[in-house]
Design a binder for this molecule. Structure first.
Ligand code: HSE
Length: 296
């Protein structure tokens, strides 16, 4: 019997919520998993198909084995098929989607022996931080935190429904940026005033999201913990943000670790997409745009 899972793209950070906030988007990868009498077969189609390994080093296969190990089950063989629509290494949560899709499929194949919380903790350990994997698993906007205890790493998370009518316009550059590289430019310490700046913005942003308060949201989606350090990796970042806002977006931020930039709006999404593409173009960056809905 074959299990088929649909798992969404995610945008992490949402400006000030570095490693804390993420939102699921209506752009999906598909994971199909089937137990076989023997052998391991991995098929990959779509985004990343040329570079994703078909061997034991495949992260989806590794997370599937981890789930089965924890559940105490082991099929003799398996057939795994990945149909990818989420661009790879662009800041849209492709690795979180792969991990969550694999873990959920592996669990479902045996009637869901593990809880969502157990799945969340397994995939967070693979990913390193919970801000993409939590919304990939639960949908919506998710606030998450890692709580380090004795001998266990708990992940706590709470979901907020996306504000009514919200659209996300993404401008996806045609170059890759690994999360590893985008984290390597971050400093080891930040000025106290920058930490306070972000604490106030993330707190206000949660209020804005909970109360559907667009005026407030427009004022508090800025950041001093990661975007200023990453802008050197993304030519034209500030110009794209300004152009999106001039075209009617409430706010524009770096999507996850980048290089995708994302603007939030209720209308004028075509104009915003065109403005972002033109601004990137002025800096010599080719990009693809999409107008996405948050995934409820
Ligand atoms: N919060 C992470 C970062 C998301 O910004 O590095 C990307 O994996």
């Amino acid at each position: 019997e074959r299990v088929r899972i649909q798992v969404p793209a995610t945008t992490a950070n949402l400006g000030p919520g570095f490693d804390t906030l993420g939102m699921a988007l209506e752009l999906f990868n598909i994971v199909e998993l089937q137990a076989m009498p023997s052998g391991v077969q991995i098929e990959v189609e779509g985004e990343g198909a040329a570079s994703i390994p078909r061997s034991e080093s495949n992260i989806v296969l590794r997370v599937i084995r981890k789930v089965w190990q924890k559940a105490g089950v082991t099929p003799a063989g398996l057939h795994l098929r990945l149909i990818n629509h989420i661009p790879v290494a662009r800041g849209l949560g492709s690795s979180a989607a792969a991990l969550v899709g694999g873990a959920v499929a592996a669990n479902e194949m045996y009637g869901n022996p593990l809880t969502d919380q157990e799945i969340l903790e397994i995939v967070t350990e693979f990913e390193g931080h919970p801000d993409n994997v939590a919304p990939a698993l639960f949908g919506g906007i998710v606030v998450s935190a890692m709580v380090h205890g004795e001998g266990n790493n708990e992940v706590i998370s709470r979901k907020i429904p996306p504000p009514y009518g919200m659209r996300a316009v993404v401008a996806i550059p045609n170059f890759h940026l690994s999360t590893k590289q985008a984290r390597s430019v971050l400093p080891t310490a930040v000025p106290y005033k920058d930490a306070v700046f972000n604490v106030s913005r993330i707190s206000m942003l949660i209020m804005a999201l909970v109360h559907n308060d667009w005026e407030l949201l427009a004022k508090v989606m800025d950041d001093r913990l990661h975007q200023p350090y990453r802008q050197e990796l993304i030519p034209g970042m500030q110009d794209v943000f300004a152009s999106a806002q001039q075209a009617g977006a409430f706010a524009a931020v770096l999507s996850g670790a980048g290089p995708t930039l994302i603007a939030f709006a209720r209308e004028n999404t075509e104009d915003i997409a065109a403005a972002m593409q033109a601004a990137f173009g002025r800096h010599g960056v080719q990009c693809q745009t999409m107008d996405l809905k948050p995934c409820p």
